[in-house]
Design a protein around this ligand. Structure first.
Ligand code: BGC
Length: 750
């Protein structure tokens, strides 16, 4: 019998329940009687972590060598959809060659606070970036016949108490910020699986949330695949399967299978619910079998290393470059300082920990490219075994003798990891002291940073050149050398704001919560939305990143398509001396909006590669659906009408050209009641004109106007409930019967 002939009808209740949880850490259960094989699901997301034997999901056990690409914090900074797709494809090839059916990634959670220990695994503080790049990653992986697992669904924005904490989020930020990226990935790339998160959302475990896993995910967004639990995210298996959580991972040793069977037998659970999940598992197994062998293998380890180097080069953000200190002249004498130059921090800890096929370090790679003298001083000792003063003195001496000092600073590995959050955003004091001392010895100092979450940069005003090199994967050392010597022109931009102080950050007073609740008090104002609304200075704004060349923008032009999308066209020219790539960003604002809005929100981005002197027209599409806000009165997406300003920008605080576009809004038909305000009744297509004519009868043509002292009566009345206004009208002796007046106004007949 082939698997195509096996349907849930051929399985016993015990077998169906067995399919709803895993075998061991990484496999689904086979059902030998009807020849259903197992499939393997394993991490992800920036490399393959296939454990040799046994298993754990904390990155403790050894795994087979695989290419370690830059984690999302780096890759996301590329803002490069095509590159992310290519990395996804390479991941698919490596997974397929190891008979892995589903790769557990990408993670598209929003970076709500700089403190989240797992920010290195996520793309951005903005859902348009997370969603667009997440979709590209899924498409790349799945093009090789391997499934992706979109994670961690949803509102998993901290590690503290992650297995219990309730993310208490209002509907608008939940929809507009935290779910929007997931929605985009589902609609654009249809991942084979979605991984539900550990946490609760507004009090309900994600693994038991019918609204999340069925209403939103399937009915609204059209998800067709399988929901798998994060490893150990199941609290009540029977409630979970009812809610739409199909596959529990890892194995429960049969305990929850038995619970499902018992619930069916004693009438608490419909057998059809078990059938539904079992058939989704069978569907996934079929897809995996059909995909097996279709990848573009065998794995070319060298080619993947080169791709990892290209991706790492695209991930490095040039934050600052005063006086054109970078790129370095080939024949410059360079003092390379800092332990990270020889012991790279290239990925984060936890379930995404990859055993790389090889590992570049920056010092060796700099030596390969340099024609001048290269010296090295450790500057500090990550283990703390050697005296700091001695190491610092050595580094200062090396810096003083060189033309330029390149200082590698960063966060020690233990400060950021899956499973716990950071407590501050500071680099170790010893490293800051080293940088100061080197700078005193040689003003031509470049700082290169290795960190998975943002760090405060108190030295930014005085250090002439800074490279934010994040965590770059196994080829990061080579990529850093490429950027330092101008072999690669930097083009990455920040996908998260670097604040001046942790205390400025949006979630500062509400992170990580207490007693298993965290209130998302900043609402919609996440990341740059917050800093802009509060008019706060930042160290480096969202979207910022320099190049070794200079780009100029022409005047943007906007048109609308029949579908209601907004097309932006703008000329971008490279007016510098070297080829470069510019990431062009489009933000929208609606100044006279009736709802709460951040001053500006990213809605589209693209990139263009230009030779020196070249000028090209760049097109960006702002989808109408991305302009919608979530209207809690009607529980749906609504585009507000009005004149939108589109800022076309090199960063969120470097607007190069703006253009306005008028859009017709969606009709919002609110059910009217006595508690509807006069403003709401006036906005209603049927009741509004009725009320206007009533006003005319009562007060003469034009309705309520301006009082002698300038007070605007219509503004005053705008928020007045109509039922109570009717009472006032009766008291005011207009000869009206308030009940009849309300009934007449609000009646459904037009
Ligand atoms: C992580 C997931 C990971 C899983 C399997 C969990 O602890 O949250 O991201 O895919 O383990 O390793």
């Amino acid at each position: 019998m082939s698997l195509d002939d096996v349907s849930v009808d051929a399985l016993t209740l015990d077998e169906k329940a067995a399919l709803a949880s895993g075998a061991g850490f990484w496999y689904t259960k086979p059902i030998d009687r009807v020849h259903v094989p197992w499939i393997m699901l394993t991490d992800g997301p920036h490399g393959l972590r296939k454990q040799r034997e046994g298993g754990d999901h904390l990155g403790i056990g050894d795994s087979i060598p695989a290419t370690c690409f830059p984690p999302a914090v780096g890759l996301g900074s590329s803002w490069d959809v095509d590159l992310v797709r290519r990395v996804g494809r390479a991941l698919g090839v490596e997974a397929s060659s190891e008979r892995v059916g589903v790769l557990l990634g990408p993670g598209v959670n929003i970076k709500r606070s700089p403190l989240c220990g797992r920010n290195f695994e996520y793309f951005s503080e903005d859902p348009v970036i997370s969603g667009t790049l997440g979709a590209a990653m899924v498409a790349g992986i799945q093009s090789q016949g391997v499934g992706a697992s979109l994670k961690h669904f949803a509102a998993n924005n901290q590690e503290t108490d992650r297995m219990r904490v309730s993310a208490d989020v209002d509907p608008r930020p939940l929809r507009e910020i935290y779910l929007r990226g997931f929605q985009r990935v589902i609609e654009e790339a249809q991942p084979w699986t979605v991984m539900c998160s550990y946490n609760r959302i507004n009090g309900v475990y994600a693994s038991e949330d019918r609204w999340l896993l069925s209403t939103v995910l399937r009915e609204e967004w059209g998800f067709e695949g399988l929901v798998v639990s994060d490893w150990g995210a199941v609290d009540d298996r029977v409630a979970g399967i009812e809610a739409g959580m199909d596959l529990e991972m890892p194995s429960s040793g049969g305990v929850t299978d038995a619970a499902i069977v018992a619930a069916v037998r004693d009438g608490r659970l419909e057998e059809s619910v078990v059938d539904r999940s079992a058939s989704r598992v069978l569907g996934l197994v079929r897809k995996v079998l059909a995909g097996a062998g279709s990848a573009a293998g065998p794995v070319d380890v060298d080619a993947h290393h080169r791709l990892a180097r290209e991706a790492a080069g695209r991930s490095i953000v040039l934050l600052k470059n005063d006086g054109g200190l970078l790129p370095l002249a080939r024949d410059a004498d360079v003092a390379v300082i800092g332990a990270f130059a020889t012991e790279p921090r290239y990925q984060g800890a936890g379930s995404s920990l990859i055993n790389p096929t090889r590992l570049d370090n920056a010092l060796d790679e700099i030596r390969l490219l340099a024609a001048g003298k290269v010296t090295h001083a450790a500057g500090f000792d990550l283990s703390g075994a050697q005296p700091a003063e001695h190491l610092r003195a050595e580094a200062v001496a090396a810096a003083a003798r060189a033309d330029v000092a390149v200082v590698f600073l960063g966060l020690p590995a233990a400060t950021e990891s899956e499973g716990y959050d950071r407590v501050d955003i500071d680099l170790p004091a010893e490293q800051l002291a080293l940088l100061d001392a080197v700078l005193d010895a040689n003003p031509n100092t470049v700082a290169v940073l290795s960190n998975g979450g943002v760090v405060a940069l108190p030295f930014a005003p005085k250090v002439p050149a800074i490279l934010e090199a994040w965590l770059l994967g196994q080829a990061g050392g080579g990529a850093t050398a490429d950027i330092l010597f101008g072999e690669v022109n930097p083009s990455a931009k920040l996908t998260e704001t670097i604040p001046l102080r942790l205390a400025d950050s949006p979630a500062y007073l509400d992170f990580p919560g207490e007693h298993s609740h965290v209130r998302y008090g900043e609402g919609l104002f996440v990341g740059y939305r917050w800093y802009d609304a509060r008019d706060l200075d930042v160290a480096f704004p969202f979207g910022h990143g320099l190049s070794y060349t200079t780009f100029e923008y022409g005047q943007a032009v906007a048109t609308t398509t029949p579908a209601g999308d907004v097309e932006i066209r703008v000329l971008v020219s490279n007016v510098g001396d070297v080829p470069g790539r510019e990431v062009v960003q489009a933000y929208t604002a609606l100044s006279d909006s009736r709802i709460t809005r951040p001053p500006r929100e990213l809605k589209a981005f693209t990139s263009v590669v230009l030779e020196p002197g070249e000028c090209r027209e760049v097109g960006l599409t702002i989808r109408r659906k991305d302009l919608a806000y979530w209207d809690i009165r009607v529980d749906s997406w609504i585009v507000e009408g009005g004149s939108y300003r589109v800022d076309v920008a090199a960063s969120s605080r470097d607007i190069r050209t703006s253009v306005s576009v008028d859009l017709t809004g969606d009709a919002v038909l609110l059910p009217l009641s006595r508690n509807s305000t006069i403003g709401e009744v006036l906005a209603h297509p049927v009741a509004g004109p009725r009320l206007m004519s009533l006003f005319s009868e009562m007060m003469g043509d034009g309705g309520p106007a301006v009082m002698p002292d300038g007070v605007d009566i219509s503004r005053m009345l705008d928020s007045f409930p109509i039922g109570r206004a009717a009472m006032f009208a009766a008291a005011g002796d207009f000869g009206l019967d308030p009940t009849a007046m309300i009934e007449g106004l609000l009646s459904e007949d037009s």
